[in-house]
Each structure stands twice: as C-alpha cells, then as structure tokens.
Design a protein around this ligand. Structure first.
Ligand code: GRG
Length: 301
C-alpha cells in the first residue's frame, strides 16, 4: 500500500471514528452543558485518530466487523484525548495550542479542562460496556482490563508521573537511555500497544497471532516516540498544530538527545523492520498495518 492509499484509508477511519465519538456524546442527559461542550471540543477537534485506526486494522486481520472495532477505537481515543487535555494544563506541560486550536484550559479554564478530561476518561469505559457492542463477556472484560492497565498507574499515568518528576521536582535522575525508554513505553507506548492488542482480543487471536501483534505494537510504540522526539527537535510547529522544541526548552533528555540524531534514526529504522517482521504470519492481509508503521516512522505532524 502506497502513502496515498494509506492516507485515504486513515482519513476514512478518522471520519468513522468521529461519527462514533459524536454518537457516544449525542445524549448528554443531565450532564451540564459546559461539560458536554468542553468534552466535545476536546474529542472532536481533529487529530489523526491513529489509535482507532490501529484497532480497526488489527481487528480486520480477523474479519471483525468494523463497527465493533470502531467502538473500541472510539473508547481508546477518549482516553488519548483526555490525556492531551490534562497534559496541556498549566500544572503539567502548560501548552496553549493543540491540534491547531487553543487547548481546552485556554478555551475554557483549568477546572473545566480537568473535569472534561475526567469525563472523557470515564466515558471510555461506558463505551465498552454500553449496549450495541456485540462481543462475549470474556472479550469485554479483557478489553476493559487492558485499557485500564494501559492508561493507569502502570501505564500512561505512571509514565507521565516519572516524566514530570524530573521536570517539577528539580532533581532529575542522570539521563539514561533505559530510564527514558521505560518512561516513554509507559507514557506513550502503552496506548499504542493496547490498540494492536485490542484487535487480537476482538479477533480471538491464537497465542502466536497475539504475540505477533504485541511485538508489532511494542515496535511501533517505540518508533512513534523516536519520531515524536525528532519532530520536537526538527519539526514545524505550524504543521504539527502544537508547540515544537518543548522538550529541549524544558531541559528534558529525549531518546534523540541520548542517542544523537543519526543513531536515533537507525533505531527508528530497526523498530520499523521489527514491526514489519512481526506481521509476517498475516501475509498480504497485513499490508495496511505495515503502511501504518511506515507512516508512524516518517510522519511530519
Ligand atoms: C495527563 C495522564 C496524562 C498523561 C499524558 C500522552 C501524554 C501523557 C501526554 C501527551 C504529551 C505528548 C505530546 C506526548 C508525545 C506523544 C503523543 C501522545 C503525541 C500526540 O499523539 P498524536 O500524534 O496526536 O497521535 P493526535 O492529535 O493526532 O491525536
């Protein structure tokens, strides 16, 4: 699959994801209008929808109906968007621009941003338990448990804390590759890995197939982070729709700082090959997931 075909497919899944997210938030019931409005602002405001795409395409290897995978992708996107809303807060990364628009705290205020993030976090689990997701109880429990673990204290939240400790407590540990890789695999990699694993859960994959998707998810999570660090160093803020060079300004040691740009590019290519190799058991059916790995490694926004 070439880049044009891939981008068209990514766009299709992004649109379908937005439809699911819109439907999830259609009935706000007694929720205050301000909260519902801020949650919609956070979740419907653009974004590549890469994580839902990975759920849909991993599930497609097993002929899972797209509507089923899209619901799980939408739940995952709610968690991703909540993390961005909270990460942008003055108490965390203090960003004013996200996806080319004012961040939620900037467009509303801090307390609305905190609570709309909380609302999105919990909406993800409502989405996995609401009627209309036709999966077995065992699959539902595995999806819920996996999402809680990937996003919680042993995953994204834990990684964010380790990242902020060096920033906020003023006593950074000696920069060390293993330390930064571990924190990034928790902070960013865990949700990406979950996307691939969700496909395996939905598809009732064999142990070998599941391992293949876990290896793929781990490799693209690592590739995503190196590509993100390279973008932070070299990218164009206008194209990215967010501030660039934030990490260097915060004095954070990134994987690229620790490896140097050339070695970081070599590590990125190695991760890309590992991702491609992991998909071998799926043959030609995995062409889109291979293209997704290429996209992650070569993206410019
Ligand atoms: C607040 C608990 C908590 C966690 C925050 C994910 C995260 C942890 C912080 C985001 C900061 C950041 C920019 C991390 C780098 C990787 C990343 C998640 C980039 C944004 O993801 P994309 O490129 O964004 O998929 P779009 O906008 O396309 O969805």
């Amino acid at each position: 699959m070439d880049a044009v075909g891939f981008n068209a497919r990514l766009g299709e899944v992004a649109e379908a994801t937005e439809r699911h997210l819109t439907a999830l938030m259609a009935d706000a019931g007694p929720a205050p209008g301000r909260l519902a409005e801020a949650m919609r602002y956070a979740v419907l405001g653009g974004g590549k929808r890469l994580r839902p795409f990975l759920v849909v395409e991993s599930a497609k290897l097993f002929d899972v109906p797209p509507e089923t995978a899209l619901r799980v992708g939408a739940a995952l996107e709610c968690i991703h968007c909540y993390s961005l809303v909270h990460d942008d807060l003055p108490a965390m990364d203090n960003d004013e621009l996200r996806r080319g628009r004012p961040t939620v705290w900037k467009a509303y205020d801090d307390w609305t941003a905190i609570l709309s993030g909380d609302g999105l976090l919990t909406l993800a689990f409502e989405a996995l338990t609401a009627p209309g997701l036709n999966i077995s109880d065992a699959q539902r429990v595995a999806l819920i448990a996996g999402l809680a673990k990937a996003s919680g204290w042993q995953g994204m939240v834990g990684g964010q804390v380790v990242d902020l400790m060096s920033d906020k407590l003023g006593d950074p540990p000696e920069p060390d590759f293993a330390h930064v890789q571990q924190l990034q695999s928790m902070k960013t990699g865990a949700l990406i890995l979950y996307a691939a694993e969700a496909g395996a859960i939905l598809g009732e994959a064999t142990a070998d197939e599941r391992l293949a998707l876990t290896t793929y998810g781990t490799a693209i999570g690592f590739a995503f982070q190196i590509a993100d660090d390279l973008l932070d160093k070299e990218g164009d803020a206008a194209r990215m729709g967010k501030a660039a060079r934030k990490d260097s300004a915060a004095g954070k040691a990134t994987l690229v700082d620790l490896l140097g740009v050339d070695e970081a590019r070599a590590a990125l290519n190695e991760a890309l090959s590992a991702a491609h190799d992991a998909l071998a058991p799926f043959g030609a059916g995995a062409a889109t997931l291979k293209a997704a790995a290429d996209f992650i490694a070569k993206r410019d926004h």
